[in-house]
Design a protein around this ligand. Structure first.
Ligand SMILES: N[C@@H](CCC(=O)N[C@@H](CS)C(=O)NCC(=O)O)C(=O)O
Length: 244
């Protein structure tokens, strides 16, 4: 069994999608980000960056020893599960395929994800008088990344040869383009790829997990003491009091 530490956000969906696609026995644990669950010592022991998703694998593959394996960071989680199951990644002998998988994995966690996350922050949470510079900057970067994706998907159904962890990692941040204030109208390859992934039953199950707990822009920077204005002190002082 795998414990999934999760909230219904794009980064949370990535891990849930992979677990659902693989049919792995998992237990979803909702991490209440606005309550500060991410700063509890138990959670930090698994996810030292104080963010979801994270997993604790109670049945590691042979060679890992008997102790449960904690994994944090969405890219590392999907790679760990793909290597464990041998699914949704190019064969070990396909060196060029493996190299491309790593390129798109790092592109997602280093470019598309953070730019989308900052865009969400400035669109949904920044005070109106401080919005415009950040919003324009990250909308431009998010749009640029859609352009990168559009070019990659020209003449392809999937990011790599077959549906893979690269698609699962990249999909959630393209899935929410509209709520981020962006449009896929100029990106037909991305729109078609997004629709193909969205139609997968495993993906539907993952994005329906704890759906009623989705944020949907309800929390404002001025009424949420946990999610915003974090610093290293947040890691030391535990839930609720961590952020000034
Ligand atoms: N690079 C991380 C990003 C994870 C991330 O930003 N998670 C957000 C939710 S989408 C989170 O846990 N936020 C809680 C907080 O900022 O306190 C990954 O890909 O796993």
């Amino acid at each position: 069994m795998i414990d999934l530490y999760y909230a219904p956000t794009p980064n949370g969906w990535k891990a849930a999608i992979m677990l659902e696609e693989c049919g792995i026995d998992y237990h979803p644990n909702l991490v209440r980000l606005t309550e500060g669950d991410q700063f509890t010592p138990d959670f930090l022991a698994i996810s030292p960056n104080a963010k979801i998703p994270a997993i604790l694998d109670h049945d590691p593959a042979p060679g890992w020893g008997d102790a449960p394996v904690p994994v944090f960071e969405s890219g590392a989680i999907l790679l760990y599960l793909a290597e464990k199951t041998g699914r949704f990644l190019p064969a070990a002998s396909d060196l060029r395929g493996r190299k491309e998988m790593m390129e798109w994995l790092f592109w997602q966690v280093g470019n598309q994800g953070p730019m989308g996350g900052q865009l969400s922050h400035f669109r949904n949470y920044a005070p109106d008088d401080q919005k415009s510079y950040g919003f324009n900057r990250y909308l431009g970067e998010y749009d640029r990344n859609l352009g990168v994706l559009e070019n990659r998907l020209a003449g392809r159904d999937w990011i790599l040869g077959d549906y893979s962890i690269a698609d699962m990692l990249i999909f959630p941040w393209a899935f929410i383009a509209k709520p981020l204030g962006a449009s896929l109208d100029a990106f037909p390859n991305v729109a078609g790829w997004r629709a193909r992934i969205k139609a997968r039953p495993a993906v539907q199950r993952a994005i329906d997990l704890n759906k009623s707990d989705q944020n949907r822009g309800r929390h404002r920077v001025d009424n949420n003491k946990v999610l915003f204005n974090q610093s290293a002190a947040s890691l030391r002082s535990g839930p609720r009091e961590g952020c000034s």
